[in-house]
Design a protein around this ligand. Structure first.
Ligand SMILES: [Mg+2]
Length: 510
């Protein structure tokens, strides 16, 4: 039987089938459209994601780069000196260790130069810190200009610089660098209408010839630098082993001095000051003597400068003043002498503790202010005259006497007589020494006597050793004499014995 054709189908069925086919076609077209739209959306979303991912990756890379840069910058800053841009101490120590490693790897020796500006503090103090900073930059440029390409320059702090001179064949190589640096420092800096200049001192040591490790190398270069400074500055010095020996001796001396100041083995000795009118001792100058464990006694000349450099003068002054005031209290009370004359070092004025120290020790010992004379030298007055004047006024209003020591050996002592509350002038021993043989010295003593009389100030001559000197000085107007003729400095017990038998001398000099 044949399949029925559409002609055989009823019309309404044909219509239904056609509508159904139409619906299915429309549905397919709509589905295809939707699929196409969704595909496009997916594609776009994908594209967006891709570009987002790329951007993110780029950003991460950028941030990583920034972090690396910042870290490098931080490392650089941590190793740079902010003012001069040179390597700082941290960097310098690292480079020094690297130089030693290189030597161990078979490279040639190297030298360490330490450079210190001479009297740089004066620029800071007189022109100001801005000028000081400008000068440090100027100095850094000088040093950089003077070194060779493979050398390293560092600022260690303040006005201290260092150079690591790499690949050194002989000391001469280093000397050439040092000479160039010193030559550069001869060029001044023009700063705001002022001309600033400072020389520099250099010390150097060579690795491994002089030292076998970083610590010794730095120490030895420093010792050589100290030698340049001590020799009058503006010089360079190569380290030599004898210097080390000297430093060791000096350290032993410093240590012994610290102990001596602490335990009182630097003790006060007393030298009589005679009154010409009565021929009797009227006072005693207190002089420091160091009694060593073997019983021998050292004069101040052999240790005073070391004490000064170690900053021990204040401690010594306090110790000497305390002991001498305690010892001399009965001498004053019994009228055997009228006062003690104690030397004050220039550094004590810089510390500014003099009034406080005198006050506390006099309170502690019960020693009267009126029985104390302080001897000051011109050196002490070179700094700030106004401040020192106020300080001395403070002491003199309490009754302390002030004597101007070593008068006639300096330059401007007469000016001090005008501005400071001085009670006595102590003529320098050089005048005493020549007063018999030199009429000019005699004329100067007479002239000083006129000034002293006019100002109402006592005149004392130190270093009197002969009767002829004593007579001449007495005639020239000195009211007080001191020197070996009347007695050498003696320990307390011996001095006490002498002042108790001094009436015999009084008869002789009265
Ligand atoms: Mg003196």
């Amino acid at each position: 039987m044949d399949a029925p054709s559409s002609k055989d189908l009823p019309n309404d069925l044909i219509h239904r089938l056609e509508r159904r086919a139409e619906r299915e076609r429309n549905a397919r077209i709509a589905a295809e459209k939707l699929l196409e739209q969704k595909s496009r959306e997916l594609y776009l979303a994908n594209q967006q994601l891709k570009s987002l991912a790329a951007g993110l990756e780029e950003r991460v890379e950028e941030r990583t780069r920034e972090l690396v840069d910042a870290r490098e910058q931080a490392v650089k800053l941590a190793e740079r000196d902010y003012l001069t841009g040179l390597a700082n101490r941290t960097c310098f120590v690292r480079l020094l260790c690297e130089a030693i490693d290189r030597w161990h790897d078979g490279n040639s020796k190297f030298a360490l130069l330490l450079i210190d500006l001479d009297r740089f503090k004066e620029i800071n103090d007189t022109v100001g810190h801005d000028a000081g900073d400008a000068f440090l930059q100027h100095a850094a440029a000088h040093i950089k200009k003077s070194v060779r390409g493979h050398d390293v320059v560092a600022r260690l702090g303040g006005d201290e610089f260092a150079v690591i001179c790499n690949y050194v064949e002989s000391a001469r190589d280093v000397e050439c660098v040092a000479e160039r640096i010193m030559g550069e420092f001869e060029k001044p800096l023009h700063y705001r209408n002022r001309i600033l200049s400072a020389s520099c001192s250099i010390g150097f040591a060579v690795f491994p010839d002089d030292a076998g490790n970083v610590t010794d190398l730095q120490r030895f270069a420093d010792i050589a630098l100290y030698r340049s400074k001590a020799g009058g500055r503006a010089a360079f010095t190569a380290f030599s082993p004898t210097m080390n020996e000297e430093v060791r001796r000096r350290q032993t001396l410093e240590h012994a001095l610290r102990t001596a100041v602490r335990d009182g083995s630097i003790e006060p000795w007393y030298q009589p000051i005679m009154e010409v009118l009565t021929g009797a001792p009227v006072a005693a100058e207190v002089l420091a003597r160091w009694r060593l464990p073997d019983g021998s006694v050292l004069q101040p000349a052999s240790f005073m400068n070391v004490l000064e450099e170690c900053g021990l003068m204040r401690d010594l002054f306090r110790g000497i003043l305390r002991t001498s005031c305690t010892t001399a209290c009965p001498w004053i009370e019994q009228g055997r002498i009228e006062y003690l004359s104690v030397n004050v070092s220039p550094s004590q004025f810089k510390i500014g503790s003099l009034v406080q120290d005198v006050e506390s020790i006099l309170a502690e010992t019960g020693f009267p202010y009126r029985a104390l004379q302080l001897e000051i030298t011109e050196d002490a007055l070179l700094s700030d005259l106004k401040t020192i004047g106020t300080l001395l006024e403070d002491l003199t209003t309490r009754g302390v006497r002030i004597a101007l020591d070593d008068f006639g050996s300096g330059y401007s002592s007469i000016g001090y007589l005008r501005h400071l509350p001085i009670h006595a002038i102590k003529l320098d021993r050089s005048l005493t020494c020549d007063v018999v043989s030199d009429s000019r010295a005699r004329a100067i003593v007479s002239a000083i006597n006129e000034i002293a009389k006019a100002l109402g100030v006592g005149l004392l001559a130190e270093g009197v050793e002969t009767e002829a000197q004593a007579l001449m000085l007495g005639r020239a107007g000195c009211s007080y004499l001191q020197g070996f003729l009347f007695g050498r400095p003696a320990a307390a017990a011996e001095f006490e014995r002498r002042i108790s038998v001094s009436s015999a001398r009084a008869a002789q000099w009265g």
